[in-house]
Design a protein around this ligand. Structure first.
Ligand code: SF4
Ligand code: SF4
Length: 152
């Protein structure tokens, strides 16, 4: 168990800043919709265990890691990591690629996918769909998670 605590700390150190940025993008949306959500994907959280298996299937330590996350972040057999008070209880930097990148029905209703976000590249500003930025950040987090979790 201590091993996983160490790995989680390492993941946090490496990608918390990206997770925080994602948190900011979704803050208002999550506050408004998630605590009382009875919608689609997060309601499958208990059975899918935050969709972690599908994402990290190549990681040999997956089952123990999954157990660690369940114990540490108050997983319930009924609602998974979804809590009535704050929505998802799993820090963003520990979520699966599915949870980080998928836009649920409610997010689609709010047109998250097409919202524009300005990025600066070598002094030139470009407007890109927010969801492209979210996808890149999600992939980055997943790569780091895999790398750290598969270390002996
Ligand atoms: S992200 Fe979407 S599906 Fe998940 S709890 Fe929030 S509103 Fe519901
Ligand atoms: S975002 Fe959180 S509550 Fe929703 S499925 Fe993923 S881990 Fe579960």
């Amino acid at each position: 168990m201590r091993d996983y605590a160490k790995k989680v700390k390492e993941i946090e150190k490496a990608v918390a800043h990206v997770g925080d940025r994602l948190e900011k993008f979704f803050k208002d949306f999550n506050k408004k919709h998630c605590p009382k959500c009875r919608c689609c994907c997060c309601n499958q959280c208990a059975g899918a265990v935050g969709y972690i298996s599908g994402d990290l299937y190549r990681t040999p330590c997956l089952d123990k890691y999954k157990d660690f996350l369940k114990k540490t972040y108050g997983f319930s057999e009924k609602t998974g990591f979804l809590t009535p008070k704050k929505g998802c209880n799993l820090p963003r930097y520990l979520r699966s690629q599915t949870c980080l990148s998928h836009l649920c029905g409610k997010a689609e209703d709010e047109k998250f996918a097409t919202k524009l976000f300005t990025v600066n590249c070598d002094g030139i500003e470009y407007d890109v769909p927010l969801h492209s930025v979210v996808l890149s950040m999600s992939r980055h987090i997943s790569r780091v998670q895999r790398k750290i979790l598969s270390k002996k």
